[in-house]
Design a binder for this molecule. Structure first.
Ligand SMILES: NC(=O)C1=CN([C@@H]2O[C@H](COP(=O)(O)OP(=O)(O)OC[C@H]3O[C@@H](n4cnc5c(N)ncnc54)[C@H](OP(=O)(O)O)[C@@H]3O)[C@@H](O)[C@H]2O)C=CC1
Ligand SMILES: O=C(CO)COP(=O)(O)O
Length: 308
């Protein structure tokens, strides 16, 4: 039997870590990046699985390039990007499904700081798809004694958990940078999760998905780790650096900055209350200081504790 071939698009921090996991499991892995030695055709040709770990800004263009190439009808697409497209507010899952409507598309998302995975520390993740068979195939590729992979049938919910938590992670970095304490951080993360649930359920995702690994799990990892680029953006803003300075020096992609802008636009259009996102938005637009953002959150109208 021919061996299973995995094409990974994007040789950044996350694409490289996922390539390591699949290679260690004995799969044949081909990695593509814009400056790499192999062409996109060489990498995707006859691939059983094509996984995209491209930053949000490159997803649509790369998907269009892949569409122009001869791909087997059986090929499974996997998306590991956590972002939103500015022009359409679409998620990466929605883009891959739009470009490849007859293929199975799987979302891979969880509390997965790539540096820890490259250090062989244990972690868990979720692979979600409308096709249970496709999700199980991807589960098999990445599962190991150090990487536990769960399947899930709510791909949009799994993807939105990983995407929306980046906005809250910026706020959590601000909270720690201002040294606001453990009570404040717990309140922020808990109310942040409610905001994620509100947006996600309105979008069509299942509420319970946000209490799983790709929602609460990734929220806890990202809001508590200095390894998170999004957390670092917030932390450094609280320490007085400008967004331009921070983004110029940060290693890799902090998707939460763009996600905040797109989410704010969507929430306004659809009249969804997102008070934490709104303050992160105003902060990155330099409309408020970190302290003013905190103050505005604390003096909002009194209300019962709603969970959605
Ligand atoms: N790092 C992590 O811990 C995790 C990251 N993610 C998500 O994975 C995605 C990638 O993150 P990460 O690997 O850390 O980021 P990096 O900045 O390390 O890598 C980004 C990758 O995207 C590619 N890319 C960027 N812009 C374009 C473009 N316009 N066209 C084609 N390719 C492009 C880069 O290609 P090139 O090499 O050619 O420059 C590179 O391979 C993000 O959405 C992130 O949120 C998800 C889970 C964990
Ligand atoms: O999504 C991540 C961990 O699951 C990575 O977080 P950052 O993009 O903030 O580094």
């Amino acid at each position: 039997m021919r061996e299973t071939t995995i094409a990974i698009l994007g040789a950044g921090a996350w694409g490289s870590a996922l390539a390591t996991l699949a290679s260690e499991n004995g799969y044949s892995v081909r990695l593509w990046s814009r400056g790499g030695a192999k062409t996109l055709l060489e990498v995707v040709e006859d691939a059983d699985i094509i996984l995209s770990a491209i930053s949000m800004k490159g997803v649509r263009a790369v998907a269009a390039q892949v569409q122009s190439l001869p791909i087997s009808k059986e090929t499974i697409f996997v998306t590991a990007t956590k972002g939103l497209e500015p022009e359409t507010t679409s998620t990466p899952l929605q883009i891959w499904q739009e470009v490849f409507p007859t293929h199975a598309v799987v979302v891979l998302c969880g509390p997965n700081l790539s540096k820890e995975i490259q250090m062989s520390l244990p972690a868990a993740t979720v692979v979600a798809s409308e096709s249970a068979a496709a999700a199980q195939s991807v589960q098999l590729v990445f599962s190991s004694h150090r990487f536990r992979v769960y399947t899930n049938s709510d791909p949009l919910g799994v993807e939105l958990g990983g995407t929306l938590k980046n906005v809250i992670a910026i706020a959590a970095g601000v909270c720690d940078g201002l040294q606001l304490g453990t009570n404040a951080k717990a309140a922020l993360i808990t109310r942040g999760l409610t905001e994620m649930v509100r947006v996600g359920v309105h979008w069509g995702a299942k509420m319970e998905t946000f209490y799983g690994l790709s929602g609460l799990g990734d929220l806890l990892a990202t809001c508590n780790s200095p390894l998170s680029r999004n957390y670092q953006v917030g932390y450094q803003l609280a320490c007085g650096k400008t967004l331009t300075e921070i983004l110029a020096h940060i290693e890799g992609t902090a998707e939460g900055v763009n996600t905040t802008v797109v989410l704010m636009q969507r929430a306004k259009q659809q009249n969804i209350s997102v008070p934490i996102t709104e303050q992160v938005y105003r902060l990155i637009q330099s409309e408020v200081t970190p302290r003013q953002a905190l103050e505005e959150l604390m003096v909002r109208d009194m209300k019962p504790e709603h969970f959605i």
